[in-house]
Ligand binder design. Structure first.
Ligand code: TPP
Ligand code: MG
Length: 546
């Protein structure tokens, strides 16, 4: 008989096989066999977050960079606290493994009042994850774990939850059941005839538009070649930087700007690469997208989901764009006059945005100046994030400007922590509002404890700025429930042991950001917006609010 180890230890050993270097979680009576094994082995960093929402969001951020984020939560309320963060990871298609507990197998679903028990936990995990598994048999635990990781890492990637009854976590199994990492399922090879046919169609177009989504995040080289060949490129906010902002063909993510919309509308072909064409970026699908339209997506269910396509090619975006780019020989579309029009449209869009941002455009510039090129901006859902953070702030590489795609507030701080831990050589700026920060405020202590290399920029306007704008625009200016009693965040951060600065004059943006970003490790800059001026934003452009 081979060595016998607990399922908890087998899980720890298996995660090592996948080169997992950090697990984010909150320990509990219902997950200690796993946490204890991770601790004893000492090969994986365990980050004790202050809440399950924060831990799953940290793991989400980590997974966006490393290819597998891992979170550990408890049964019942602990698993429930993870749900919002799982919803975000679903939206971002993050490869994420969420391990959670369950009551003892003998008492499963029996409503006996077992500690932490909840009704039908698997159902809410299924609803918020790409898939959710229950482990019912100790000898099968590692097989299911491999399957869960494979699901998480197979495009379209996503969070996969695994609930493990506590007695199974502690049960002994042969160590031989721990086997090597399993690779994600590989998509079918790109069909040469499909590529030829698409190329022939594209060649007939005078000016094709390439719309990039998160599915194209790893296609930067192919996209550059297609842009060099003359395709005009716009990206979702998630795919910003796949084509660097300074490329002559880049419309960045200036959807919703009249000048850029005019450029898009004068194209005569739309190629959508790995994008859901979401409501925020299409004015709830009222934006005109030129026809013919061809879509590349790995998910068959994505075909014509919101815009009617002339063709959907079910394929790995990277492989298909690479094959397509290989056909480009120098300039295939457009000319310098068109490039000029594209650039003028971008300049006009940027100018409009700068005017809207007023003094805060200077804050954007101060960060651009002080943050090294390889630095990363992580933003919460705030007026500042939605205005200058998402569109003005530079993007020269993919995943240098990340955010909560599902639009939920509160994820900025944990997302910044996970980003910094996954990227120890890069400085991270976490851009948050006073309202959103309050949801995961406890994670300020995690930031300090982990010495994560984050400068947290708190835009304090004493309430819900986005909601003020929406109430102004759609509710006759009636302002309810958006004023918040906010702490003195600078003093709060200092009490937690963080270096912190208060900025209440636009003239000080540069000095504060330069000083904070020059300091390795965590720091906080609180911008008191009341003294500088309000920033107006009424949510993403809509057809109507409802
Ligand atoms: C989880 C969640 N709850 C509520 C909202 C609605 N919401 C959107 S923006 C916002 C205000 C955020 O306030 P703050 O973080 O201070 O940023 P500000 O808008 O003031 O810039 C709210 C409440 C949301 N998007 N997500
Ligand atoms: Mg606010």
């Amino acid at each position: 008989m081979s060595e016998m180890i607990t399922v908890g230890e087998a899980i720890a050993r298996t995660l090592e096989q996948y080169q997992v270097d950090a697990i984010y979680g909150v320990i509990s009576i219902h997950n200690l066999p796993i946490a204890d094994a991770v601790g004893q082995r000492g090969n994986i960093r365990f980050v004790p977050a202050r809440g399950e929402a924060g831990s799953v969001t940290m793991a989400d951020a980590h997974g966006r960079f490393s290819g597998l984020g891992v979170a550990l939560t408890s049964t019942g309320a602990g698993a429930g606290n993870a749900v919002g963060a799982l919803v975000e990871a679903m939206n971002a298609c993050t490869p994420l493994l969420h391990l959670t507990g369950q009551v003892e197998k003998a008492w499963l679903d029996a409503d006996t009042g077992f500690i932490h028990e909840t009704r039908d936990q698997l159902t809410f995990l299924k609803a918020s994850s790409k898939r959710a598994y229950r482990i019912s048999n100790a000898n099968q635990a590692i097989a299911i774990l491999h399957k869960a990781i494979q699901d998480a890492q197979t495009p379209p990637c996503g969070p996969v939850s695994v609930e493990i009854p506590i007695d199974i976590q502690g049960a002994k199994i042969p160590a031989s059941l721990v086997t090597a990492a399993v690779r994600p399922a590989t998509p079918a090879a790109v069909d040469a005839a499909t590529v030829d046919a698409l190329w022939a169609q594209l060649k007939q177009a005078k000016q094709p538009l390439l719309w990039l989504g998160g599915g194209a995040l790893s296609s930067a080289a192919a996209v550059k070649k297609l842009a060099d060949a003359g395709m005009t490129v716009i990206s979702s906010t998630h795919a910003r930087g796949v084509l660097p902002d300074n490329h002559r063909a880049s419309l960045r993510a200036f959807h919703n700007s009249p000048s850029v919309e005019a450029i898009m509308e004068s194209c005569d072909f739309t190629l959508v690469a790995g994008s859901r064409l979401r409501s925020n970026e299409t004015r709830s699908w009222t934006l005109t997208l030129p026809e013919p339209r061809v879509q590349i997506d790995i998910d068959p269910a994505a075909a014509s989901r919101n815009y009617l396509m002339d063709q959907t090619i079910i394929a790995d975006c990277g492989a298909l764009l690479t094959a397509l780019a290989a056909k480009a020989q120098g300039r295939e579309w457009g000319n310098s006059a068109w490039d000029e029009q594209v650039q003028q449209a971008v300049v006009a869009a940027e100018q409009g945005l700068r005017e809207q941002c007023g003094a805060y455009a200077g804050l954007n510039d101060a960060i651009e100046h002080a943050l090294p090129d390889d630095g990363i901006l992580v933003r919460d859902i705030t007026v500042s994030g939605s205005l200058w953070g998402s569109r003005l702030f530079r993007a020269h590489q993919p995943l240098k400007n990340i955010h909560s795609l599902a639009g939920a507030i509160g994820m900025g701080l944990p997302m910044a922590i996970g980003t910094a831990i996954a990227n120890p050589q890069h400085k991270v700026v976490g851009l948050v509002g006073d309202g959103g920060l309050s949801l995961n405020l406890g994670e300020l202590a995690t930031l300090a404890q982990e010495k994560a290399n984050v400068t947290l920029l708190i835009m304090n306007d004493g309430g819900y700025g986005v909601m003020r704008g929406i109430q102004d625009k759609y509710f006759g200016g009636r302002q309810y429930y958006n004023e918040l009693h906010t702490p003195d965040f600078t003093a709060l951060a200092q009490a937690i042991g963080l270096q912190a600065w208060t900025v209440n004059r636009a003239e000080d943006f540069q000095a504060a950001m330069t000083e904070a970003l020059a300091m390795p490790g965590p720091s906080v800059v609180e911008v008191r917006m009341g003294e500088i001026g309000a920033l107006r934003f009424a949510g993403p452009p809509q057809k109507t609010l409802y």
